[in-house]
Ligand binder design. Structure first.
Ligand code: HDD
Length: 727
């Protein structure tokens, strides 16, 4: 092993990445060796008896190489198998020591190294990034007091209330066991069979059928710790806490048709987007938010804080933004870091503790257990990415692949031979003490009746969506249920939807051409499950409760920046260089990334004979990879682009996916060749915004500034109103 420079030295180091450096191998300038350090003279030929063989068993170099290769694979994660990771740092804005004694949240001068892994849940390691799915958002803080893992998702609730149902949920959503179809998709019978008889999934299903399930980028997703956790301060005073990650670029999604296209054309789209942006220095940032509820307010809400299918609406308890996470460094090696990182929500530090949420309690068992099979034994914490910053001292010993060399004769406690070391730490010395919550009760296998309202927050979510978002949800349900082949599943799901919202049920029923279930006269007592005892049942959310929450709709997200957005310029020989550079400079000054797409690779020759570098051709690029499109002027360029069917498709598709489109008035003929520009007059003489999100003009500065405003809106969903825009 040799100590060498990181692949991109511009990306900042931190204590954790420095500690990884001692494990990094770099081949530059080195000779090839076996694993025992013997220099290899011939890596091209096996050792043979004569040059035509046979091969000799003696060939230890061949055997070592092949044996290692044969054992290269480890089991993929049973869920969240596909993911992408990055290093970064976290810093709290102001001390939170009044509520938690966690040091990294108490001291704004501390910069805590982090490693984050984003993932999809259902697909295998090689599946597409753009599946309709929940995204994992797992953050490890390498704090001075040990590792703290916040193992969350991009949705704030979960499918089930009790961890014992997790294997059932996962078996239902994974490819069906007889033919292993479909990959990375919930649109199939077993998933909806399960969901249609699990009313507790209703709220989560609303999130899953919303645009949150098809993010534009990992960098543009919210994150949530989901469960209610506990903060405990130095005086031992506890409060409940929900964790949030708020992306500074806002929360944005793609269109479903776009997602399906990307899945074919670049299944690594999210992974690439994260990697490329970190390489470019566009470091993604999130603020850590907390909702804090005093312990004495535990029963103040109409839902149970321990129920992981419920949010605390931000209107009831505002999210305080307490610090910032910045991802600023790509991993050196995918397997060593992103694949071997072993998150566990039981990795806590003093000041952060658990609640009795039955999903959380079950997860506390599952995560270590799964690493034992995945990483092959009890020493997985010694893998470099998993090691805490400080040295580990305890009496755990041996096991497969032990790395640590423990000095001394004692491996037990108490001992006198070694002065009783390592010695237990008092709370005042940073020793972890569990919050002494009083717990008593009978042993029962039961569900609290405070967990029984499955529909109020599902309805709150639907009510809070904008009209386009609601339409997308109706389309998503219709797609997913349309892919189910057992009619009874569709009917049962319509029954569930009608308990959430009659207009939602009616919209889906229309597309499935099934009768709309009778109006259940919501909301009184509608959520009582069939197996509940009516005498025990007490409706929790009733009229007068919150009907809408702005934070649940993406309509209200950040829409004042085009930073890191990717804009395609469609150009050919004869393009007007001024038209390219003026708009390009303006977009880049606003933080966007511009790529030139042309009929052929390498360069286009502008009207004034300058050469402009080409990033992609219509063969290697597609509109779905970009947030907006610009067609620069130049008579010959415009004529070539107009005559290029792939270019016209590019524009039609961008329009269909509700993106901003702009053109120099000198390229009007290109827009006239599209579906949406057909009605433009042939004698078009300049002037600005043609329709929302479509801009044409000859004042390039003005075009650029209107284009920037349009791109920052992300998508013009209103265009879908007549529905089904052709492309
Ligand atoms: Fe889990 C992985 C998030 C419920 C059992 N889970 C895993 C990962 C994330 C989550 C982000 C990937 C971590 C990584 O990148 O390595 N899981 C959640 C959230 C849940 C949740 C937010 C609900 C609030 N999970 C959950 C339950 C169980 C598990 C109820 C089991 C009882 N999860 C696992 C696991 C995994 C996992 C089997 C697979 C790979 C791994 O742990 O390391 O243990």
């Amino acid at each position: 092993m040799s100590n060498d420079q990181p692949s991109n030295p511009a990306q900042p180091d931190n204590d954790k990445t420095q500690s990884l450096e001692s494990h990094v191998e770099t081949p530059a300038g080195e000779m090839m060796t076996t694993n025992t350090g013997l220099r290899i003279n011939d890596d091209q030929n096996t050792l043979k008896a004569g040059d035509r063989g046979a091969s000799l068993l003696e060939d230890f170099i061949f055997r070592e190489k092949i044996t290692h290769f044969d054992h290269e694979r480890i089991p993929e994660r049973v869920v969240h198998a596909r993911g992408a990771g990055a290093h970064g740092v976290f810093r709290v804005y102001e001390s939170m020591s009044s509520v938690t004694r966690a040091q990294f949240l108490g001291d704004p001068s501390l910069e805590t190294p982090v490693f984050v892994r984003f993932s999809t849940v259902a697909g295998s390691r090689g599946s597409t990034d753009l599946a309709r799915d929940v995204r994992g958002f797992a953050v490890r803080f390498y704090t001075q007091e040990g590792n703290f893992d916040l193992v969350g998702n991009n949705m704030p609730v979960f499918f089930i209330q009790d961890a014992i149902k997790f294997p059932d949920l996962v078996h239902a959503v994974k490819p069906e066991p007889d033919n292993e179809i479909p990959q990375a998709a919930s649109a199939h019978d077993t998933f909806w069979d399960f969901i249609s008889i699990m009313p507790e999934s209703s709220h989560m299903i609303m999130w899953l059928m919303s645009d949150r399930a098809i993010p534009r980028s990992y960098r543009m997703m919210e994150g949530f710790g989901v469960h209610t956790f506990r903060f405990v301060n130095a005086e031992g005073v506890a409060s409940f806490v929900k964790f949030h990650w708020k992306p500074l670029l806002g929360v944005h999604s793609v269109a479903w048709d776009e997602a399906q296209n990307i899945s074919g054309k670049d299944p690594d789209y999210h992974r690439r987007d994260l990697w490329d942006n970190i390489e470019m220095g566009n470091y993604p940032e999130w603020e850590l938010g907390v909702q804090i509820v005093p312990e004495e307010d535990e029963f103040k809400f109409e839902f149970d804080l321990l129920d992981p299918t419920k949010i605390i609406p931000e209107e009831l308890v505002p999210v305080q933004r307490i610090g910032k996470l910045t991802l600023n460094r790509n991993p050196t090696n995918f397997f060593a870091e992103t694949e071997q990182v072993a998150f566990h929500l039981g990795h806590v530090v003093p000041g952060i503790d658990f609640t009795n949420d039955p999903l959380l309690q079950g997860r506390l068992f599952s995560y270590t257990d799964t690493q034992l099979i995945r990483l092959g034994g009890p020493n997985f914490q010694e893998i470099p990415i998993n090691r805490p910053l400080g040295v580990v001292h305890n009496n755990q010993r041996d096991g497969y692949m032990r790395q640590t060399i423990n000095r001394g004769k004692t491996s037990y406690n108490p001992n006198l031979l070694a002065g009783n070391y390592p010695v237990q730490a008092k709370a005042s010395e940073g020793g972890f003490t569990s919050y002494p919550e009083r717990v008593d009760g009978r042993k029962v296998r039961a569900r609290s009746k405070s967990f029984l309202d499955h529909f109020s927050q599902a309805r709150l979510f639907f009510n809070s969506q904008s009209d386009p978002e609601k339409n997308h949800m109706i389309d998503a349900f219709s797609f997913e249920l349309g892919k189910c082949i057992t009619p009874a599943i569709r009917e049962r799901m319509l029954g569930i939807l009608s308990l959430i919202d009659q207009s939602l049920a009616a919209g889906v029923a229309y597309q499935l051409r099934l009768p709309v279930p009778p109006d259940p006269a919501l909301p009184v007592n509608h959520s009582m499950p069939a197996d509940a005892d009516p005498a025990d049942y007490d409706p929790i959310m009733v009229e007068g409760s919150l009907l809408k929450s702005e934070a649940l709709s993406m309509e209200h997200t950040v829409k004042d920046t085009i930073e890191t957005r990717k804009i395609a310029f469609l150009a050919a020989d004869g393009v007007d260089e001024l038209s390219v550079t003026t708009v390009k400079n303006a977009l880049e000054a606003a933080g966007a990334v511009v790529e030139i797409i042309a009929p052929r690779q390498n360069f286009v020759e502008a009207e004034n004979d300058t050469k402009i570098a080409v990033d992609h051709t219509f063969l290697t690029a597609a509109s779905v990879f970009y947030d907006a499109v610009y067609v620069p002027g130049g008579i010959n360029s415009a004529a070539s682009i107009e005559a290029e069917p792939d270019a016209i498709h590019f524009l039609n598709e961008a329009f269909k996916h509700c993106k901003a489109v702009a053109a120099d008035a000198g390229a009007i003929q290109v827009l006239q060749a599209t579906n949406f520009g057909r009605k433009l007059p042939a004698d078009y003489s300049d002037e600005s915004v043609l329709m929302e999100g479509v801009i044409v003009g000859s004042d390039l500065e003005k075009v650029a500034s209107q284009f920037i405003t349009a791109i920052s809106q992300h998508r013009f969903w209103e265009r879908e109103k007549p529905r089904k825009v052709p492309a």
